[in-house]
Design a binder for this molecule. Structure first.
Ligand SMILES: CC(C)(COP(=O)(O)OP(=O)(O)OC[C@H]1O[C@@H](n2cnc3c(N)ncnc32)[C@H](O)[C@@H]1OP(=O)(O)O)[C@@H](O)C(=O)NCCC(=O)NCCS
Length: 154
């Protein structure tokens, strides 16, 4: 697949099962901090489509599709002004998919009149979010090497 052959869009309830599957795949992937946390992985694997449908009541979900299947998703809570998830299938990483998902969530946030978004990032995602223009609210140096609160003015 070439870098451009994917598209991003807002999710619908019909995407819930595939969002769940991407969440588990990415959670076990090489870029995931959660892959070594048995409890988190068990929690993820027990989740079902209905859990994501419920989350869609409070969060805007966006998805990426490539090769006729869902390969990434993100979720943003517009009440809390917070990005809560960005996950990409490990077979599809480093092609700009998560960057586009974040861009679409930022658009939803500006449409809703939000001046900024915050999130908690960990591991490789710290560098990823820096590339998207997020800056540290709490630095990894004070919170530990693995995670930090980050923010971007929109
Ligand atoms: C982090 C994650 C979302 C990145 O998805 P992606 O589609 O590969 O990201 P992009 O291709 O848009 O990356 C854009 C840039 O961010 C940086 N980046 C992305 N992943 C990175 C990683 N694992 N380590 C360091 N930098 C990274 C790179 O500079 C990259 O540009 P480049 O490929 O030209 O070098 C994906 O690896 C993932 O799902 N990880 C597991 C779950 C997770 O940690 N989610 C984030 C917190 S909820």
């Amino acid at each position: 697949m070439s870098k451009q052959l994917f598209r991003v869009r807002k999710a619908s309830s019909a995407d819930a099962q595939q969002i769940r599957d991407v969440h588990v795949l990415a959670g076990k992937g090489p870029d995931s901090l959660e892959r070594n946390n048995k409890l988190v992985l068990q929690w993820m694997e027990k989740r079902v489509a209905a859990d994501y449908l419920q989350a869609m009541q409070t969060e805007v979900f966006v998805v990426a599709e490539a090769d006729n299947r869902l390969c990434g998703f993100g979720a943003v809570n517009l009440v809390k002004a917070e990005i809560t998830s960005v996950y990409v299938d490990p077979d599809f990483t480093r092609r700009g998919i998560a960057s586009r998902l974040v861009g679409l969530m930022e658009l939803a946030a500006t449409d809703a009149g939000l001046p900024a978004l915050e999130l908690q990032a960990a591991g490789g995602a710290l560098t990823f979010y820096e590339k998207q223009g997020y800056v540290y609210v709490t630095s990894p140096a004070t919170t530990g090497p693995l995670w930090a609160q980050m923010r971007k003015d929109l």
